[in-house]
Ligand binder design. Structure first.
Ligand code: FES
Length: 323
């Protein structure tokens, strides 16, 4: 069976579906829009082909690229800073979901400089979003230039894997592990889990950015927050003890692929029934399923992780996250 058939496009059924991929016969979900003569999908929402036909065989609204004011820039350390950006009310609302990210570049620079950044927080009342940027290369370096305006494109949604577990968790216990710059997307995730009345424990490790940037924001939503170095012996002991809690239903790992594996190893040994969600650490370039930079090979098929929700366990089991 084709692996793609079982994978879920995060945009399926949204206002951004059908997308460019439908137009070129590469839809991730619809077999008709893959050029086949028969219906062979596992999508349970409104028929994507029908939507495409109703829309006169054209794609839905493209994601908008527009200029945004930089409201504030707060330095975190030498290699990281937090930016608050103005957005319209619709985008602010759309970007309040866990896993949301946008592409950002300085105004006046070419689209080559578009870089995907997770949304840290969204304030629909103020029509603004916050992003935390770690300077890693040319694209992030140019964002650290006392900018007044940036160009943003969004909303994008596949910033983490395991979204269905997060959305379905209600009145349960969850453990959220955040390290380094990956602390930032933890905020929207924690707000969502709290909205669904979950009991949330958080581990925050400043990692390379050397600062806890989230505890002040997430404090009202969590039962417990531990600040530890996850690479230390006490950090590993704490991780193991918290994962061993048999009442736990979900663990989210926000950090490196090595951290995901570390967490999954403890889950497999001490609490194999717990659900796992992880940050999406693949290299994203277009976000539209076109360039292929985010591709990972799964069951012999290249899976575009900017669009496809993949079970983190399966990825790890197949050694994909191991590179
Ligand atoms: S980022 Fe271009 S295909 Fe996924």
């Amino acid at each position: 069976m084709n692996a793609l058939k079982r994978l879920e496009c995060v945009d399926a059924g949204t206002e951004h579906c059908p997308c460019y991929l439908a137009e070129i016969g590469e839809c991730l979900t619809c077999s008709h829009l893959q050029g086949k003569d028969f219906c062979d999908c596992n999508w349970r929402g409104v028929c994507i082909y029908q939507e495409y036909a109703w829309n006169r065989y054209k794609i839905r609204d493209r994601r908008i690229t527009y200029v945004s004011d930089v409201i504030s820039v707060v330095p975190v350390c030498d290699i990281a800073f937090i930016m608050e950006l103005s957005v319209n009310s619709t985008l602010s609302r759309e970007l309040s979901q866990p896993g949301s990210y946008i592409f950002v570049r300085p105004e006046g620079m070419l689209a080559y400089f578009d870089t995907p950044i997770s949304v840290m927080d969204s304030d629909p009342g103020k029509n603004s979003v916050k992003i935390a940027v770690q300077i890693l290369g040319p694209k992030t370096k140019v964002l650290n230039r006392d900018l007044k305006k940036v160009v943003i494109r969004g909303p994008y949604r596949n910033g983490l894997f395991g979204l269905k577990y997060i959305k379905s968790l209600k009145d349960q216990k969850a453990l959220v592990i955040l390290r380094g710059i990956a602390q930032a997307p933890g905020v929207l995730l924690i707000k969502k889990l709290a909205q669904q009345h979950n009991d949330i424990t958080v581990i925050v490790d400043p990692g390379k950015i050397e600062k806890d940037i989230v505890s002040d924001i997430i404090n009202p939503y969590c039962s417990r927050i531990y600040n530890v170095d996850l690479l230390s012996f006490p950090g590993q002991q704490l991780l193991r003890n918290l994962i061993s809690d048999q009442d736990l239903r979900l663990v989210y790992s926000g950090g490196s692929d090595e951290q995901h594996l570390n967490v999954l190893n403890y889950i497999d040994v001490y609490n194999p029934k717990v659900m796992l969600a992880v940050s999406n650490n693949q290299t994203l370039c277009c976000g539209e399923g076109i360039c292929g930079s985010c591709g990972v090979v799964l069951e012999g098929t290249v899976v575009k992780t900017c669009k496809v929700q993949v079970d983190p366990r399966k990825l790890v089991e197949r050694g994909v996250l191991n590179g």
